[in-house]
Design a protein around this ligand. Structure first.
Ligand code: SF4
Ligand code: SF4
Length: 287
């Protein structure tokens, strides 16, 4: 069943018309990466300390179902939708606002990500399993003022980390084998599948800054001054994304959801796990 679930997510992503760019040629996303975490993984309980007590475990999410019965085991199915090279290249040239392609991927590509969430839920439900996508649940909510900054009742990035798909970075992203430029999603199910092994002991091991103290290139890419060697200033980033940019970019590109992504492009981790200090060019790509 593991292979079947993975293949279905890949098939859907490559075949869906919702993954085709509205303007121009090509898709928003390349072939997805798929990983699995046990719904009973203690890491999800740990997240209540790391993120906040409001962050729900997978089993707590399952208990929010209308016909909820006690579920003690299951799986968090996670995927990474890598942003295409063409879109990443377009954003490399930008220094203040996202490119048109990037803005469309953030807006329409994320709508496609919702289709993936719905499709995976329907796929599992059709085979007799309970399934839900926290991001689409009425119980999902963002909390603006937490001691750790803006957070939510379910973090797709933290789920993807638990499912062995990548590690965290200086700029608060998740660096996967297809890099940091992606969207991610997840569905929780009572279907039990083998968890994907997490690589390495360091939850930030794919980021050069945390690995060997080098890089920091994303800091200079940020037009808002929201990045430093101390990390990611979420309020500053948010002010830029939701205060300064929308009026200009939203109208120009006809999108409602704005992302900047400058710190995810023209950086060594853009399209791959950076190898190390010898990394030749920012904007590294997977082979
Ligand atoms: S650009 Fe360098 S420091 Fe920034 S997230 Fe990527 S690897 Fe880490
Ligand atoms: S998303 Fe944009 S504003 Fe936010 S940290 Fe990255 S470059 Fe800076």
């Amino acid at each position: 069943m593991q292979r079947e679930v993975r293949d279905e997510i890949v098939r859907f992503a490559l075949a869906s018309p919702e993954n085709r760019c509205r303007e121009g040629e090509g898709r928003y996303f390349d072939e997805p990466l798929v990983g699995f975490a046990s719904a009973a993984d203690p890491l999800f309980t740990e997240y209540k300390k790391v993120i906040g007590p409001f962050h729900r475990t997978p089993l707590e999410w399952m208990a929010t179902e209308p016909d909820a019965q006690a579920v003690l085991q299951g799986t968090v199915i996670c995927w990474i939708l890598p942003i295409t090279r063409k879109t990443r290249e377009s954003n490399r040239r930008e220094h203040a606002w996202p490119s048109r392609e990037w803005a469309h991927t953030r807006n329409y590509g994320e709508k496609f990500n919702n289709f993936v969430r719905q499709h995976v839920v329907a796929f599992l439900s059709g085979r007799g399993h309970r399934a839900l996508a926290p991001q689409l649940s009425p119980a999902w909510r963002r909390i603006d003022d937490t001691p750790k900054g803006i957070a939510s009742t379910w973090s797709e990035r933290h789920a993807a980390y638990a499912a062995g798909l990548g590690t965290f970075s200086l700029n608060d992203g998740l660096i996967t084998e297809r890099g940091i430029a992606h969207r991610c999603g997840s569905v929780i199910t009572d279907l039990v599948l083998s968890p994907t092994k997490r690589s390495g002991a360091d939850p930030r091991g794919n980021c050069l800054y945390f690995r060997d103290g080098s890089c920091g290139i994303c800091i200079d890419r940020c037009p808002a001054g929201a990045l430093s060697r101390g990390g990611h200033d979420k309020p500053k980033c948010r002010q830029y994304l939701h205060g300064d940019i929308p009026r200009a970019v939203g109208e120009r590109f006809q999108v409602s959801e704005i992302g900047c992504g400058l710190c995810q492009t023209m950086v060594p981790c853009e399209g791959m796990i950076p190898r190390g200090k010898e990394q030749p060019t920012p904007g590294g790509d997977s082979p």
